[in-house]
Design a protein around this ligand. Sequence first.
Ligand code: ADP
Ligand code: MG
Length: 288
Amino acid sequence: SVPLGFFGGIGSASKNGILVKGGNYLEALNDVEIAVFDKTGTLTKGVFEVSKIKPDGNITKEQLLELAAYAESYSNHPIAKSIIKSYGLSIDQTKIQKYNEIPGHGIISVIQNTKIAIGNAKLMKKQSVKYKNVNEIGTIVHIALDDKYAGYIVVADAIKEDSFKALNKLKSLGIKKNVMLTGDNKSTAIKVKEKLNIDEVYYELLPDEKVEKLEALYNQKSPHKRLMFIGDGINDAPVIARADIGLAMGGLGSDAAIEVADIVIMTDEPSKIVTAIKIARKTKTIVW
Ligand code: ADP
Ligand code: MG
């Protein structure tokens, strides 16, 4: 049974926009030793903007962007949304003959009998496309037409102002280690790590590999301590489910992530985790 004080704690958490699905989770927040974060949409805004369009071969920037927007038109991924927005014109979806989204990779579409592959280097390798190794700040979205390289688009996302404060505070509350897991590339991951002063980052992870990393992190914690994971996307649901305490950012978060979470943060502010831990500590003093 749950000590009565925890219901008070849950109430005060909910007044702060933090939904705790049981008193045991609030209690568990007192023992967090390792905090693990998803990057896109959790520590960063998750709203990308196209910053560069670089065609390769016999194609214009406008054509490359148009093909990219068509290929992405059914996707809800934040990268897809930025490309569709940057294109800005209406998309005639009757021209799309095939559409296949590959998690952690990108999309393969057939548009007017041309096969379009759009996504990261992993996708290009999978399709045996000879792609360019580019050194740009941001996330590189490669495009191939009928398995021939056609260029890339750079999209960039910004760190949430609130993330700086949140991660520092967690350290001062005694959390030993902040970790970030991301499907994004190395250079973007390292940049965010340095800016936010994160202890460890793991990048280019597929959804399954995020779960494997979490398992590995469990081995690093002290026996009676806890590990929490905070994410927002549909890909984060398995990791949220696996963590001692799984948190979903509910502001823009996916239903799947919210469903499996132990705690839901109703805004897009990571600093709500700090608030939740403070409430948990206060509740504990009242209970004892
Ligand atoms: P994250 O951990 O950043 O939430 P995802 O698993 O959603 O990562 O995506 C990982 C990577 O896969 C992205 O950084 C991107 O390179 C690529 N990717 C996934 N979906 C798409 C898409 N619809 N269009 C282009 N690239 C994509
Ligand atoms: Mg995310």
